[in-house]
Structure formats: structure tokens, C-alpha cells
Design a protein around this ligand. Structure first.
Ligand SMILES: NC(=O)c1ccc[n+]([C@@H]2O[C@H](COP(=O)([O-])OP(=O)(O)OC[C@H]3O[C@@H](n4cnc5c(N)ncnc54)[C@H](O)[C@@H]3O)[C@@H](O)[C@H]2O)c1
Length: 330
């Protein structure tokens, strides 16, 4: 039987990667939705003409979407649509709130009507500026509702509340993935997220912009690992009604990340220190015992390995050879 799978945010980083993986299975019919507010059609150009892929340009926050004929009979929903980078969500805070709240409710309704399974992409930002480190799913977080990050952090949390209510009231098979920083060269160069920023700056030998003194920490998960986690969440019944951290336990100071990228790119960039943005989390590291227990999942790609691949692909994207030489056109 053909499996109908909906991916929202399909023209974004994770959505396009996931779609590319799922269309390889001929039995899957993948429907991708995106309003292209930050996503790029070029991210799905290699699959857009495939027989088992269908792209719909629309907004998941619109109520009519639930009635769309093309979405009836859907079996699985990956709800990835969001404005995900501070650069974009701070420019469009109300759209951000809409997609993570109304958009999430719409996708839960769709799941309810069709008895479909749904994976909701929440975020490590649900922990805010955490007072404990590392963060397990039991930690309730420390989020400021009155600041520039709230439109994302707090609305993602409200998205989780919608998931909880639909799970409790309607027994929807909903799974909440709290995704920690994920990277690869699939991130837009101008996306503003730390790895895309640092690698792009280092390759161009421009100043690498570190906010604060760089002592804040993050953990970085390579896209292959994150996507494998999301697929397992969809597959495993024991993930229903659960919040699960998907991230890498390796924790790095941002300043160390900057020097590592500088080393791996053989860059002459200098480090430029800029003021720390308001409410920037000081630490970030997941406890992933639950993912191991319920999904049998843990990341297998370490940061240096993932960065080498990322740097090499960014170089290609920027018209440079894998080792940085300028590619000559015939
Ligand atoms: N990549 C990460 O490190 C990370 C970390 C934590 C959580 N997440 C979450 O995972 C999801 C995917 O992240 P990503 O990195 O691929 O983000 P992304 O910004 O690359 O992709 C999100 C996509 O959603 C689309 N979109 C936004 N609003 C929409 C709307 N109203 N209707 C339809 N489409 C809309 C955008 O155009 C974009 O293509 C997001 O929900 C994000 O919050 C990602």
C-alpha cells in the first residue's frame, strides 16, 4: 500500500533533506508544503519532478489547509514549517507565532481527521536559558516571555501544549522532537545560524563573528543523525505522546567552534567579538537517554567529521573547489 507522507517546511533545511530521503522509497507519496517565506525552491529542485513527490506552495497557518483534497488520506505528517533562525523569526515575530501555534493546531487537526501519525519539530530553545546542564526532557526550562526570542521559544512551547492536548483528548499519535542545533551545508549561507555563519566567514577569510566572549556552549548534531532520529520517532509507537531530545551530547564553547572551523578551513580570518544578544542561552547540551531507550537512537557523526563535509560542500556551493581553489569554467 502506498504511504502518503506530508512534510511541512519542505523547502527548508531539514524538510528538503527529509523529502529527498523519503522519495527514494517508491511506495511513498511525499507531499511537501512550504510558503517559501525563508525556504528556497532550489532546495528541492532535484526531486520536484519526481512522480512520487508533489509540492504545494501554501501557508500551514491558513485554516483551509485542513480541507485540502490533496492532503486527505495522509498517513504521516512531519510538521517542520517554522521561521527557525533568529535572523528571520525576529524580523517576522507574528508569522513565527502563527506557524508554530495555529499551524501546529491545523496539522494536529489534519492528523485527527485522517488518523495519521505526526512528528512536531520543537526545539532545544524550549529550555530557554537553562539553569541546569545538561537538559533532560524533565526540565521545564527558563524562557523569558518578554524578549526578542520569545516569539520562537515560547510559541514552540505552546505548539507542544497543542500536541499534549490532542494526544490527551483525541489519542492522536503525536511525537514531539526537541531538536538541538543541527547543521550541514544544507543551511542557507545567509541563514544567520552559527555554523553557516562561521564556515562562510572562514572560507571568505572574513572576520568570524563571535557574540559575547564565546564562552557560551552549544552542541551540534549533523543532519544525517537528526533526520534518522525524526524517522525513528515516526516509526516507533513507543514515541507516541512523548517529548524526546534529538541532539548531540558533545558540548562546545562557541569560541572553540570558531577556532576549529578556522583550522579546518585553513582560514586567515580574525575573530571579531560582538555584544551578546539579549537572552542568549549560556549553555546547551541534551540528555539523550530517552532517545536511546525509546528509539535506539544516538548520533554517530562527530563534529569534526560533520564540519569537514559541511566545509567541502559549502566550498562547492560558493564556486570553489573542495580544497578552496577557484574553479575555472571552460
Ligand atoms: N535546524 C535546526 O538546528 C533546528 C533546531 C531546532 C529546531 N528546529 C526546527 O525544525 C524545523 C525545521 O528547521 P530548519 O532548520 O529546516 O528550518 P528552515 O528555516 O530551513 O525551514 C523551515 C521552512 O518552513 C517554511 N515555513 C515557514 N513558515 C511557514 C508557513 N507558515 N507555512 C508553510 N511553510 C512555512 C519556510 O519557508 C522554510 O522553508 C523548524 O520547525 C525548526 O524550528 C530546527
Amino acid at each position: 500500500m502506498q504511504k502518503k507522507i506530508l512534510i511541512t517546511g519542505v523547502a527548508g533545511f531539514l524538510g528538503s533533506y527529509l523529502a529527498r530521503k523519503l522519495v527514494k522509497e517508491e511506495n511513498n507519496l511525499v507531499i511537501g508544503i512550504d510558503n517559501l517565506c525563508t525556504g528556497l525552491l532550489s532546495n528541492i529542485k532535484d526531486i520536484v519532478n519526481k512522480n512520487n513527490f508533489c509540492f504545494i506552495q501554501t501557508d500551514v497557518s491558513e485554516k483551509e489547509i485542513i480541507k485540502s483534497k490533496q492532503l486527505q488520506g495522509v498517513h504521516e505528517i512531519y510538521h517542520l514549517a517554522s521561521l527557525a533562525s533568529p535572523k528571520f523569526y525576529q524580523a517576522y515575530p507574528l508569522r513565527t507565532i502563527a506557524v508554530t501555534t495555529t499551524g501546529t493546531q491545523n496539522m494536529l487537526e489534519l492528523a485527527k481527521i485522517n488518523n495519521a501519525k505526526i512528528v512536531y519539530s520543537s526545539t532545544s530553545e524550549a529550555y530557554g536559558d537553562p539553569e541546569i546542564n545538561p537538559q533532560s526532557e524533565k526540565y521545564w526550562g527558563n524562557v523569558n516571555t518578554w524578549g526578542p526570542r520569545a516569539c520562537y521559544d515560547e510559541s514552540k512551547r505552546l505548539g507542544e501544549v497543542f500536541c499534549y492536548e490532542y494526544y490527551q483528548r483525541y489519542k492522536i499519535q503525536v511525537k514531539v522532537a526537541r531538536i538541538f542545533n543541527t547543521y550541514s551545508a544544507g543551511l542557507r549561507n545567509d541563514d544567520g545560524r552559527v555554523i553557516s555563519n562561521f564556515v562562510t566567514q572562514a572560507i571568505k577569510n572574513e572576520n568570524i563573528t563571535v557574540y559575547g566572549d564565546g564562552s557560551q556552549t552549544r552542541s551540534f548534531c549533523y543532519v544525517d543523525d537528526t533526520i534518522r532520529g525524526l524517522l525513528l520517532m515516526m516509526e516507533k509507537d513507543q514515541a507516541s505522546g512523548e517529548i524526546i531530545n534529538i541532539g548531540n551530547r558533545q558540548e562546545y564553547k562557541i569560541i572553540d567552534l570558531a577556532y576549529l572551523i578556522k583550522k579546518l578551513t585553513f582560514s586567515s580570518s580574525q575573530i571579531s567579538f560582538q555584544p551578546l544578544p539579549e537572552d542568549d542561552p549560556k549553555v546547551r547540551r541534551p540528555v539523550i537517554d530517552k532517545a536511546k531507550e525509546l528509539l535506539g537512537w544516538e548520533p554517530i557523526i562527530n563534529l569534526e567529521e560533520g564540519l569537514r563535509e559541511t566545509i567541502s560542500v559549502y566550498r562547492e556551493k560558493m564556486g570553489l573547489g573542495k580544497n578552496g581553489e577557484l574553479k575555472m569554467e571552460n
